[in-house]
Design a protein around this ligand. Structure first.
Ligand SMILES: *Cc1c(COP(=O)(O)O)cnc(C)c1O
Length: 381
């Protein structure tokens, strides 16, 4: 079955008995049982997959998790309170099994912060690697996890995921990926050997900038330590958030296609503007990176950034502040366009400033027009 059909028809088990298209939201802490046998039975069932206690989820959580596991072509899924909590669950659960984590460079900043400031305190070391490093040389006898994010949030770096998975598995090491940017529409991590796939569903999957939620998928075996960690640490995903995310999933395919089409139009247009020095967008990559992109991703809407020609800080500020369709803010993946400047050089009175863009579902010509009006504030130096 094609993913577009799966997105529409999966995760319906709690809607059907109510003769409804969509599931109900049940808000409960207590789960009541009809008799003693059912109560005892509930204790033997898989946590986060069966009605047991509100913290472990209700039917709508299970519907979302079931749909997501199927969409990513694997066995099981756990929803968590945020993308970050999903990342923390995977890193913590697997850090406990060794003393060393290998992580690709340029990952989401809070992920790196958790490794450097939290796992380090627990005696777990993290080594960062790039696509040019030899994984074989970096693996240690106490390495328990290889964690990747492709394209990486910071510089949009790519990796040969299949090769990394093969080497990891030869050494009995588990591979986890932050798959947020690709979404299940453009990227199928498990098909490249990734064992655990993590999504900030906050972004494209929910797609409406009104939910914070994380999702982790994998086989029952690889998910077992994560499930256990979530069980011990009071992990919870709210039913309302799962409900909205399941609704977002229904239109993910159509939204991603438009996000991609619009991003391509705006990125091409920006590249041609005299105020823009460089556009960094994976579909524009050349050489080896183009091969990595084309063999692993069937499309891409983000991340995407542009480096401006050097200009005065004051002009750059006028440009950002004059935009009407692009809101200044982070958390990309919603229906409306966003812009954020990279803050590294914003204290300089003049520089080649960098902007990150999220292209929403507006008409792309309107978006280009908005950017053009803004760019008119810039006198090149
Ligand atoms: C936003 C984001 C996260 C964190 O997700 P939250 O739901 O905001 O906690 C993790 N990874 C990537 C790549 C993200 O963009």
């Amino acid at each position: 079955m094609d993913i577009s059909t799966k997105l529409i028809h999966l995760g319906k088990s709690s809607a059907k008995p109510l003769q409804s298209v969509n599931p109900p939201i049940v808000k409960t802490s207590t789960v009541t049982f009809p008799d003693l046998e059912a109560f005892i039975d509930s204790k033997t069932q898989m946590v986060f997959e069966n009605l047991r206690y509100g913290r472990y989820g209700t039917q709508v959580n299970f519907d979302l998790q079931h749909a997501m596991a199927e969409i990513e072509g694997t066995e099981t899924c756990i929803a968590t309170s945020s993308g970050m909590s999903a990342i923390v669950a995977v890193l913590s659960a697997y850090a406990e099994l060794g003393k060393h984590i290998l992580m690709s460079e340029g990952v989401y900043k809070s992920t790196k912060r958790f490794c450097d400031q939290e796992l380090a305190k627990r005696g777990i070391e993290t080594t960062y690697f790039t696509k040019d490093d030899s994984i074989e040389k970096l693996i240690r006898s106490d390495t328990s996890l290889i964690y990747i994010e492709v394209p990486a949030s910071s510089k949009l770096q790519l990796l040969d995921i299949r090769r990394i998975s093969e080497v990891a598995h030869q050494h009995g090491i588990t591979v986890a990926s932050d798959s947020t940017w690709g979404t299940p529409i453009f990227f199928q991590p498990h098909a490249f050997g990734v064992d655990l796939s993590i999504h900030s569903a906050t972004k494209y999957i929910n797609g409406h900038s009104d939910v914070i939620l994380g999702l982790i998928t994998g086989t029952r075996q690889k998910m077992a330590p994560v499930r256990e960690w979530c069980y011990r640490h009071g992990s919870h995903a709210a039913p309302d958030s799962c409900w909205l995310t399941l609704r977002g999933l229904r239109t993910l395919n159509v939204r991603m296609k438009i996000h991609q089409k619009n991003t391509m139009i705006v990125a091409k247009w920006l590249k041609a503007q005299k105020e823009i020095d460089q556009v960094v967008y994976p579909p524009f990559f050349t050489g080896k990176d183009a091969t990595l992109w084309n063999t692993q991703f069937s499309g891409g809407a983000g991340p995407f950034k542009a480096i401006l020609q050097p200009c005065k800080r004051q002009n750059f500020e006028q440009f950002i502040n004059s935009l009407e369709l692009f809101s200044l803010g982070a958390s990309y993946g919603g229906y409306s366009s966003l812009i954020t400047p990279e803050i590294s050089n914003l204290n300089n009175s003049e520089d080649a400033y960098t902007i990150r863009l999220h292209i929403g579902l507006e008409n792309p010509e309107d978006l280009c027009q908005d950017l053009r009006t803004g760019l008119n504030s810039i006198d090149l130096i």
